[in-house]
Design a binder for this molecule. Sequence first.
Ligand code: PGA
Length: 239
Amino acid sequence: MVATFKNYQDLSAFAANKIIRLVKHKKNAVLCLAAGDTPALTYHLVVETAKREAISFSEIIFTGLDEWVGIGPDIPGSCYHFLQQKIFGPLGIKKTQIHFFNSMATDLQQECNRINTIIQTVRGIDLALVGIGLNGHVGFNEPGIDPAGNAHVVTLDEVTSIVGQKYFKTNTALSKGITLGMAQIMQAREVLLLANGAKKAAIIRRTLKEDISNAVPAGFITTHPNGWILLDEEAAAEL
Ligand code: PGA
């Protein structure tokens, strides 16, 4: 389903409401949340509502979506740091509730296996909230990926390495990522893909108008039975 909202605020409120409704109905739900500029307001609204309505997240399980290889969790710009600041910290989420990629691990393949096992053990993701890269990536599932893949280490697309600089205060070498695979995202019981702003208009047009293929990984989400493409008017401008 594609839904277009008047602005970023309305889009974020819709996504936040979906998270809040799920958490109210399933107290041990498994959430897979993306880092990035796009979901920042959604998380702010989730935190605000959870505090106002005293909604407990104490049994919610969080899985990581992706991380920059070699960028530790304490470094501003890492996906973990972002989520810690925006949602884990403000909601008082315990470390035991969070299953995130350790992108500093010496054996990254083993780290992928560890996360794959966790996702199986928790019986899959209830809700995955993802953004879309300017190249159509989801997590670090870059153009050309195997859509049947699970967690894997990836050489980042040039676009991702360049655009990713926006998260860091100083120039940072970003060459590899570790990510859930497209198959794991597609197996989530519900997927929300959010896009806002004029800079996303061209890739949203490709996502929704081109034949679905791994050239634009986000396109796969349009085939998910509970997949939502949530846009503001600027991101939807070329449809
Ligand atoms: P953004 O990143 O939310 O910062 O635009 C999206 C993405 O690369 O998936």
